[in-house]
Design a protein around this ligand. Sequence first.
Ligand SMILES: Cc1ncc(COP(=O)(O)O)c(C=O)c1O
Length: 409
Amino acid sequence: MSHPHHDADWLTRYERSLMGVFGTPQQLLQTGAGAWVTDAEGRQLLDMLGGIAVNALGHGHRRIVEAITEQAAALGHISNLFTSEPQIRLAEQLLQLCRAPEGSTVFFANSGSEANEAALKAVLKHRSATGRQRILALENSFHGRTLGALSLTHKPAYREPFGPLVPGIEFLPPNDLDALEEVFAADDVAGIFLEPIQGEAGVLPLTDQYLLRARELTRRHQALMVLDEVQTGVGRTGDWFRHQALGQGFLPDLMTLAKGLGSGFPIGALVAFGPDAGCMLQAGQHGTTFGGNPLAAVAAETTLAVIEEEDLLTNAARRGRQITAGLQRQPQLGEIRCFGLHIGIDLAEEVAGPEPAKELVTIARQRHGLIINATGPRTLRLAPPLNITADEVDAFLDRFTSTLAELTR
Ligand SMILES: Cc1ncc(COP(=O)(O)O)c(C=O)c1O
């Protein structure tokens, strides 16, 4: 039950004190454990969104809490004038999981946008060095809100209020091989930014054929291929990184990570593959105060260790299949795009209303204790913790079925 008086209290305080960029927050949450969160009234909600693909190990994972607590007591922050064992270990661990060749390096940032800023600076340097002028991204892309990342983000509503952004960036239609061939034919591309699966657009995958062709063309024309795995990386799709589904030999030049990497602790990373990309940004050409500090590094190191020890890649794939199988029986649903626990769900055409997905999100939360997300008027997204259990998925399916039944009434 919600208590209007109490609700008005926190909401009024929020609106009086916080910048309104996120709209109205849905609820005030107080605690979390695993796949569950509890609000200020003690009501439990099943979190099928995981802080938008961030809480890889769920809420309050014992190992993360212990690692951060111990590290905070030992050495919380130093500057990047120094280094720490956790930072070095994390970089080594990431390079190994990426199957990165000799000469590959990592830069730690604090978010996905910042990881993409670093990648864009590498591409801009390559542009200056080679004279190749064009930088490519895709329609429907989302790479972040800082100015460089925003320049790579397609959505006009996000870009337009801010006037001219980084010049020279062009947007191609996703999965359009002809458009890709045509733009490379001019032999003037410095780099291309791709999300292997476009998350904010509604979990829309690039085809293997498109990614493979982009790799061939970037190699042939000395352009950098940047994969934004901020949402798809760190086990979300059932592989460590989505591009690994294309086979052992497939590597981009640059890859960006964030979201699930710290399982809730803010950390981003740029991985540069091979000696050329690995030394592209040189001393003094980039930096950060917080990036890769010991606290963030142990959070990420522990996240990777737990994913490995608890075999959460397999769990992500299994639970994803369980969700798809359960959803396929629902007549109100159209296409379901499931890649491990990175899941987009379209509503069937017969479902009426201007924004039924938004309505569903509200019904799910208010009446069925379920957190899900709408990426568009008719598309839902799920990104639960990678360690969600089979029973919790059953609980989701029950609650979601009840939610759908209310929508069509
Ligand atoms: C693919 C992708 N890239 C970049 C970002 C931006 O990351 P952050 O919000 O951590 O800056 C996001 C966030 O949703 C994302 O999904």
